[in-house]
Design a protein around this ligand. Structure first.
Ligand code: 5AD
Ligand code: SF4
Length: 441
């Protein structure tokens, strides 16, 4: 039987795509292996969001040359493949396949051609493609990533995603519900709905509020999450559905990007600082105990000291539980690369702003976390922690909690008391085990 090794970079959507690729290949008799050395086919499923994501892949391709079997097929898939297309074949003679996010259905045939010595690029967009008939081979035994939408119709000026994943399209609600019921039947009790702006989901007749209500009511489902939403798509209907549906977890990852209306305007985020704050206020009012995390970019072209100060003050005002922070990385072809060179923020200024933001975010989340010690919460045990003898679990509001125990606990829900925190993760003691909720919905 032919063997395949897939290495995944980037976001959850890419993890989910890797599961679909593996599913496509498994249906053709391929067997997944744990490393590139033994594989007949090695695929790097790549990300293009920042330059660093791409340099890692280039480095990895160089390194892989030494491990690969002589006749192994090496392919690059995902966002970097879509962005660079044939340029990847030109720059690396060992690579024989370059396949964008809408081309995975043809993987088996493309691999066959590559085995015969052909070198190919497949980067056409397919607005109908949802891989509806593909059975994903899931990597995670506790939670399931379920894509509900592909592509993106926003055009944030820094972002490469509209170029790498094309326009937005949503799956039919029934298909998402059916997939949820299938994963629950397999014993997975947490589902994460995925989309580039997941709450703009619309299948022609049903919106994201309808989707949350329908998926959230699948019997046996315990936890429902989604990522990543756009602030402008949090309609009252969607927020009401989140509040009503018991399985929807009390956590939102809500990318802010900047706390300055002027910067937000240049980013074409389509909301102001005040509108973002209002969205946070509406979510917090509807969902008590909401965990809130975000993404922030520093050093966007033209960002002044005053604008950066507005980001810091927004962070202080909101009090995020955590944030992913990024230094602006210019991406070829995006509108932000066409701002005048004089707007480029000098590297030392970006570095200093990044450090200050990091300190502010971390300091605030530390304070918030220390105040939580002593509370009781429900956690789902996900995997072994890196530190011995402990298991890593997660609360509904997305806190990482380390609990004593062994692998037999994986997939179980526990009631724990938060006994300590490093400032970012918690330790917990089991108060009692919890059996499944009687019914979801
Ligand atoms: N430079 C830096 N960060 C970026 N992001 C997206 N594009 C860029 C870029 N060109 C960040 C945003 C987004 C997250 C996934 O990555 O914060 O929310
Ligand atoms: Fe995901 Fe964006 Fe990276 Fe593509 S470019 S893998 S959509 S984070």
């Amino acid at each position: 039987m032919p063997t395949v090794f897939i290495e995944t970079y980037g976001c959850q959507m890419n993890v989910s795509d890797s599961e679909l690729m593996l599913g496509t290949l498994a249906a053709e008799g391929y067997v997944a292996v744990d490393g590139p050395e033994d594989a007949d086919v090695v695929l790097l499923n790549t990300c293009a969001i920042r330059e660093h994501a791409e340099t890692r892949v280039i480095g990895r391709l160089g390194e892989l040359r030494r491990f690969l079997k002589k006749d192994a097929v090496l392919g690059v898939t995902g966002c970097m493949a879509q962005r660079l297309g044939p340029r990847l074949l030109d720059s690396d003679s060992r690579v024989s396949l370059v396949i964008g996010p809408d081309g995975y259905r043809a993987l088996p045939t493309l691999i066959e051609s590559a085995r015969k010595g052909e070198r190919m690029t497949s980067t056409d967009f397919d607005l109908e493609e949802h891989y509806e008939d593909v059975q994903a081979s899931r990597f995670d035994g506790v939670k399931a990533w379920i894509p509900v939408q592909r592509g993106c119709d926003y055009r944030c000026t820094y972002c490469i995603v509209p170029f790498t994943r094309g326009n937005e399209r949503s799956r039919q609600l029934e298909d998402v519900v059916r997939e949820t019921a299938a994963v629950v039947a397999q014993g997975l009790t947490e589902v994460v709905l995925l989309g580039q702006t997941v709450n703009s989901y619309h299948d022609g007749a049903r919106d994201f509020a309808d989707l949350l209500r329908a998926v959230g009511a699948v019997p046996g489902l315990q936890r429902l999450r989604f990522t990543s939403p756009h602030p402008n798509d949090f309609s009252d209907r969607v927020i009401a559905a989140m509040a009503d549906v018991a399985t929807v977890c009390e956590h939102v990852h809500l990318p802010m990007q900047s706390g300055s209306s002027r910067t937000l305007k240049r980013m074409l985020r389509r909301y102001s600082r005040a509108e973002y704050l209002d969205c946070v206020a509406r979510l917090r009012a509807a969902i008590p105990g909401l965990g809130l995390t975000t993404d922030i970019i520093v050093g966007f072209p033209g960002e002044t000291d005053e604008e950066f100060a507005e980001t810091l003050s927004a962070v202080r005002e909101i009090g995020f539980d955590d944030a992913f922070m990024f230094k602006f990385s210019p991406r070829e072809g995006t509108p932000a690369t066409r701002f005048p060179a004089s707007e480029t923020v000098p590297e030392d200024v970006v570095d200093a702003r990044f450090d200050e933001l990091m300190k502010t975010v971390r300091g605030m989340s530390r304070d918030r976390n220390f105040r939580r010690v002593g509370e009781r919460t429900e956690v789902l045990v996900e995997k072994e922690a890196r530190k011995g003898e402990l298991m890593q679990a997660r609360s509904r509001d997305f806190k990482t909690v380390l609990v004593p125990g062994d692998r037999t606990l994986i997939g179980q829900y526990l009631h724990v008391e938060l006994t300590g925190t490093t400032g970012s993760t918690f330790t917990g003691q089991v108060v009692r085990e919890r059996k499944a909720l009687p019914t979801a919905g």
